[in-house]
Design a protein around this ligand. Structure first.
Ligand code: SAH
Length: 251
């Protein structure tokens, strides 16, 4: 069996129990070495073979998988965060489908929720935003025109921007154009849940400077929106005046 497993954002204890059990049973682990902590491999049994996909092509990854399956081995493909977000898993699954090789996908804690936890905020606040936009700026991978950062920013929803901190100036310009104001709170979280995690808080006016001062050029989440500092209405769910399926109003 091949299991695509979400390793979580960094801290090895943030993998699911299911993911950890699969690692313990694995004969082969192919891990995304650029962002997955090597400490995960210490949970594997003796003799387990490790491949760092950072230096491999898609074809090489598939060859290792196919060869392992032919030998009846358990294979874990370990991706950072949650595999379904910027994981490049579809192209692997499509080839496996063609080859009639079965697989499963085990979700993980994504870096966007880990980053929001690091700054101890909530993306979805009543009367502030009830929507989270996950996106990235265009880089060597293009982004569809109607998903341009400026356009998405114009919604004023909470945003988590992946893969973009190396272009912080561009990101900020687009956000300013979209929001039409500069006092929007923004947090840059470098390596959320790792030991060298860094949190930089600011607004669109000063964040670029602060991020450069900290020397952050990769592996960061850019969280943007009034959820970081804004006023909000308290939730209906825990309001004594509100009745719902599990509780009657007491007032
Ligand atoms: N599947 C991953 C995302 C992979 S794309 C997930 O769900 O998190 C890689 C990008 O994710 C990085 O450029 C960075 O923007 C973000 N990222 C991954 N790990 C991170 C971490 N620990 N802290 C902050 N950002 C992280």
């Amino acid at each position: 069996m091949i299991s695509f497993v979400g390793a979580g954002p960094g801290d090895v204890d943030l993998i699911t129990i299911k993911g950890r059990k699969l690692l313990e049973r694995a004969d082969i682990v192919i891990y995304a070495g650029s962002l997955v902590s090597k400490e995960h491999l210490s949970f594997c049994k003796k003799g387990c073979k490790f491949y760092n996909s950072a230096s491999m092509t898609l074809e090489e990854v598939i060859n290792i998988m196919e060869d392992g399956i032919n030998k009846g081995l358990n294979i874990v493909r370990l991706h950072t965060g949650d595999p379904t977000i910027y994981g490049a898993i579809k192209e692997q699954m499509d080839i496996l489908d063609e080859k009639k090789i079965s697989y499963e996908v085990i979700p993980g804690v994504s870096s966007f929720t880990a980053a929001c936890s690091a700054i101890k905020k909530e993306f979805t606040l009543p009367e502030v935003s009830q929507t989270v936009i996950l996106t990235r700026i265009e880089g060597r991978t293009s982004v569809p025109e109607n998903e341009d950062l400026e356009k998405l920013a114009s919604y004023g929803a909470s945003m988590a921007i992946f893969l973009s901190v190396q272009q912080i100036d561009n990101v900020v310009e687009k956000l300013k154009d979209g929001y039409k104001r500069e006092n929007v709170p923004i947090a840059v979280v470098y390596k959320a849940t790792w030991e060298d995690e860094k949190i930089v808080l600011g607004t669109l006016e000063n964040i670029s400077e602060k991020v450069k001062e900290e020397g952050i050029k990769k592996t960061a989440q850019i969280l943007v929106g009034d959820f970081i500092s804004g006023d909000y209405e308290r939730s209906k769910l825990y309001n004594p005046e509100f009745t719902h399926e599990y509780r009657r109003a007491s007032k």
